[in-house]
Design a protein around this ligand. Structure first.
Ligand code: BTN
Length: 257
């Protein structure tokens, strides 16, 4: 495989004005870009950084899952920066909105923040924070993003994942990064100032669960009815309208319905 070329300078020029001390780092390999930025934050390093890995040996997903991505076939990066929003609710949904809008109008969002293409998972987001403590609103925030460029092998999965090249045939990691990373940095500033409110209608526009029969991991079932002002998933169940907020509750569309 020829060495990948990364548009580090163009990224820096676009993103640095809004992020004091910002750097772009590309590593050939690391365990996980999220783990690395969280380690740095715990060691007292809280600089704004875009950390890109060509290969991750221990990529992490939500709820303790593993995230697999083949070199050249996936874009994997984390953006670390200090944020101090008035309300953190809806942050990961706002990230999903931003990435999907930056990529393609056919991309939908599956609560809370997976990007779906043609009813299959295209990309995942893992948001983690460090620091803060009582009395401080400010936390170092690591937004990790994994986007499949080529559709991975779906063996062992209930639904095969999607790849961005299905709609953007020659999509390369560098150009995709240039589309999404500056947009993400700008969106995080908007989220810090205004919270989830400006992102909610845009989320609803791409919500793939809307009006679908869903099954929650805690056994409840119902019909998805959008998200509330704080990004909680609304579900009409036999017991009435419930709001699902716990990131520990996963939700999937009921394909048999
Ligand atoms: C999910 O779908 O559950 C979230 C997947 C997040 C994967 C990205 S890849 C870059 C960053 N580093 C990680 O270890 N995870 C995120």
């Amino acid at each position: 495989m020829p060495p990948q070329r990364w548009p580090a300078e163009a990224l820096w020029e676009d993103m640095a004005p809004a992020l004091p001390g910002f750097t772009v780092e590309v590593l050939p390999e690391i365990d996980s870009t999220n783990s690395e930025l969280m380690r740095r934050a715990r060691a007292g390093r809280s600089e704004a950084v875009l950390l890109v890995a060509e290969r991750q040996s221990a990529g992490r997903g939500r709820q303790g899952r593993t995230w697999h991505g083949q070199p050249g076939a996936a874009l994997t990066f984390s953006l670390g920066l200090t944020l101090a929003p008035g309300d953190w609710a809806g942050l990961s949904l706002a990230v999903g909105v931003t990435l999907s809008e930056a990529l393609d109008q056919r991309i939908g969002l599956k609560w809370p923040n997976d990007l779906w293409l043609l009813d299959r998972k295209l990309a995942g987001i893992l948001v983690e924070t460090a620091g803060g403590g009582s009395g401080t609103a400010q936390r170092y925030t690591v937004v990790g993003v994994g986007i499949n460029l080529a559709a991975p092998d779906g063996a062992g999965l209930s639904t095969a994942p999607a790849g961005l090249r299905e709609v953007w045939p020659d999509a390369g990691p560098g150009e995709v990064l240039l589309r999404v990373a500056p947009a993400l940095a700008k969106a995080l500033q908007v989220f810090q100032a205004e919270g989830f409110a400006p992102f909610r209608p845009r989320y609803l526009h791409r919500d793939v669960l809307r009006d679908r029969h869903v099954v929650l991991s805690d056994g409840r079932t119902g019909t998805a009815a959008g998200v509330d002002e704080r990004g909680g998933l609304l579900v009409h169940t036999a017991a009435g309208l419930v709001t699902v907020t716990s990131s520990e509750v996963s939700v999937r569309p009921d394909h048999s319905a």
